[in-house]
Write a protein that binds this ligand. Structure first.
Ligand code: ATP
Ligand code: MG
Length: 642
């Protein structure tokens, strides 16, 4: 059959100006299930935003009849802005993450599954609390909380309800799941996984509702399709069974969320899934210079499970990627900060520079250096190092040890980790402190002498106060020794270790990183002073700041210059992935990292790193050797610390 869609539509529309023929074709193809499958920087997101504007401007649908899904709130915001610039009518477009869109649908139909329309959405912390409660009732070690939470999320990713479980039904995970689900339901609450699962269920059980949404959304657009999970996929298939008016864009080489249940198979199966499909491949890259593209292509070619694609640019080949060896992490941060200053002098704006790391804890060393150099920065998709909960907790302990009158610090950690000094006990201490105009620490000591508190509170408060006092007495201890004693003796580290989640793992890494930072300080006072200065200088709201973030958060973004730090075996590729034998996903992550850059890529690796007070020699990341030599230059850098 001849495809004459393009002729029928307004191909001369001004919105199409500047698009290449394949992009145009993708924008004007409206009646088919369209998949745009192409490499990084080829304009997939641009096609999506243009398409939304094109539909609205031509009156093919009302804005409220367009559904556009992205993978993060930030991506949604950016997309909205881009569409707004093209058409003012975009306000009513249903544009957001899968979760936010499903929350909206669920609120309008909550009664169908017995929730009120004002149900609450609980976060991971609440989820874990509830799971721990249930484990306790079942007499199971709460160490299981994290594996259970993970299992529940993975089931929900696949829309598997407790009733659907087969062999798993008798496992701890399966049993908790059933109770957990009853329990949050009775609280009129849902977790993130429920948002999708419930909407899918509503659609399944109420054909008229599903029909309503099918008719409503004339056009459905999905960005980063390679990272959709099973429930998102089911949801889409229900809304668009044939695929008419559906447009998914993605890149199998950028699938980086399998650990969260994403299934790249969804994109690979597209042609089989829908009736009248069309696949557009965009091959021209508009983002990066030739050397960056070449290097990225040579790296990703090492993956065996991929579709494979060509990418070209008619821009110049630009500069080669610079790979620089540093002596240690300190030097690495210094090299990066100096290079950023140099770029700034060459008039690359701070806002056009990103430092990408594999794991959250790695930002610390860079933050310190950027602050020292007066370079403004933000941590994208996360908190600045010294704003992170566990870091603030540990520092609060140190502040209290240094200065017992620091009642803010006292308040922060009196029940962290939990030691049975709850709100009512605290309020007694607080009232006393206010009445007598004394510190909480002093109030505690006084009330312990008077012996008026509950026995259990008395016991744990005594332990706490004695711990602080004993730390104060041991004048010979260095800050790092004090910090270690805090983490060990209060049970803080143990509590985190027991959680065994990715998040708690991240927190532990952050704390270890703080211990490394502490080694530069001989006394507590100097360190506390340093922290207040560091946190003081962070308040800049200008857009013109360097972005620090993990590779995962950088998906979809672009910068003039990108620093890729910590390319060492075990750091990147990450140890966990090595153990799981999932190097290909790490390689895709490296591909995502490199392809964020328009002009400059600097990759650094350190020969030595301090891990928990021990020097470790790391091997350079295997990915370095996989970059085609013609696109890179190596700088050996200093071999001794200056
Ligand atoms: P990623 O896979 O990284 O998400 P992408 O395929 O979504 O990349 P876009 O972000 O849409 O790519 O586009 C990359 C860059 O190329 C953007 O700066 C965009 O404005 C630009 N671009 C895309 N198409 C064109 C074009 N036809 N002419 C000029 N610039 C373009
Ligand atoms: Mg994109």
């Amino acid at each position: 059959m001849q495809d004459n869609t393009a002729e029928k539509l307004d191909v001369n529309h001004y919105l199409l100006n500047g698009l290449n023929p394949e992009q145009r074709e993708a924008v004007v193809t409206l009646d088919k299930a369209l998949l745009v499958l192409s490499g990084a920087g080829t304009g997939k997101t641009k096609v999506l935003t243009t398409k939304i504007a094109y539909i609205i401007e031509n009156g093919y649908a009302y804005p409220s009849q367009i559904l556009a899904v992205t993978f993060s709130n930030r991506a949604a915001r950016e997309m909205k802005e881009r569409v707004f610039n093209m058409t003012p009518g975009a306000d009513a477009v249903w544009l957001g993450t899968f979760h936010s869109i499903c929350a909206k649908i669920l609120r309008s139909n909550a009664d169908l599954i017995g929730l009120s329309s004002s149900f609450t959405i609980i976060d991971m912390d609440d989820q874990l609390k509830l799971i721990k409660q249930i484990l306790k009732e079942m007499n199971v070690d709460k160490k299981m909380a994290n594996p259970v939470a993970n299992a529940i999320s993975r089931w929900k990713d696949k829309c598997i309800r407790p009733n659907d479980l087969r062999v798993d039904v008798t496992t701890v995970e399966g049993k908790v799941y059933a109770t957990y689900q009853e329990r949050i339901f009775s609280y009129d609450s849902v977790d993130f996984g429920d948002l999708l699962m419930y909407v899918v269920r509503i659609f399944k059980e109420n054909s008229h509702i599903l029909q309503k949404y099918r008719e409503k959304f004339k056009y459905i657009l999905v960005d980063e399709y390679q990272d959709t999970n099973m429930s998102q996929y089911m949801w889409l298939r229900m809304l668009s069974p044939i695929g008419a008016g559906l447009c998914c864009v993605g890149d199998d080489d950028q699938a980086i969320y399998s650990w969260r249940g994403a299934e790249v198979g969804n994109i690979l199966r597209f042609e089989k899934d829908f009736m009248n499909t069309k696949i557009v491949r965009l091959e021209r890259n508009y983002r990066s210079v030739g050397h960056i593209l070449g290097a990225a292509a040579s790296l990703i070619a090492k993956n065996t499970t991929r579709l494979g694609k060509t990418i070209w640019t008619d821009g110049d080949s630009g500069e080669k990627l610079v790979i620089q060896r540093a002596y240690n992490g300190y030097d690495e941060a210094k090299i990066v900060a100096e290079k950023i200053e140099k770029l700034r002098k060459e008039s690359v704006e701070f806002g056009q520079i990103a430092v990408l790391v594999r794991a959250g804890f790695q930002t610390r060393e860079f933050e310190e250096r950027l602050i020292a150099y007066g370079i403004p920065y933000k941590v994208v998709g996360g908190l600045k190092f010294y704003d992170r909960q566990e870091i603030k907790d540990l520092i609060a302990y140190m502040r209290l040890i240094y200065q017992t009158n620091d009642s803010l610090a006292f308040e922060r950690i009196i029940n962290v980790p939990k030691r049975g000094i709850g709100a009512s006990a605290f309020s007694k201490l607080h009232t006393r402190a206010i009445e007598r105009n004394i510190s909480l620490f002093q109030a505690s000591k006084d009330m312990l002498v008077e012996n008026t508190l509950r026995p259990s509170v008395t016991a744990s408060l005594t332990t706490f106060i004695e711990f602080i006092k004993s730390m104060r007495k041991q004048k010979e201890l260095s800050p790092v020794e004090i910090a270690k004693a805090i983490l060990d003796e209060t049970g803080y580290m143990r509590a985190l270790a027991n959680e065994k989640t990715l998040e708690s793992q991240g927190r532990i890494e952050n704390l270890k990183e703080l211990l490394i930072a502490l080694e530069d300080f001989d006394d507590l006072h100097m360190f506390i002073e340093h922290v207040s200065l560091v946190t003081e200088s962070k308040r800049n709201n200008a857009d013109e700041v360097v972005s620090l973030m993990t590779l995962h958060s950088a998906k979809g973004l672009e910068f003039e210059a990108v620093f890729l730090a910590g390319w060492e075996e075990g750091v990147f590729p990450h140890n966990m992935s090595l153990q799981e034998g999932n190097v290909e996903e790490e390689r895709r992550l490296a591909y995502v990292g490199i392809t964020r850059a328009r002009k400059y890529v600097y990759i650094t690796y350190a020969m030595n790193r301090k891990v928990y007070n021990q020097w470790m020699s790391n091997l350079p990341s295997r990915f370095l050797a996989e970059l085609s030599p013609e696109h890179v230059v190596h700088i050996k850098g200093k071999t001794v610390r200056d």
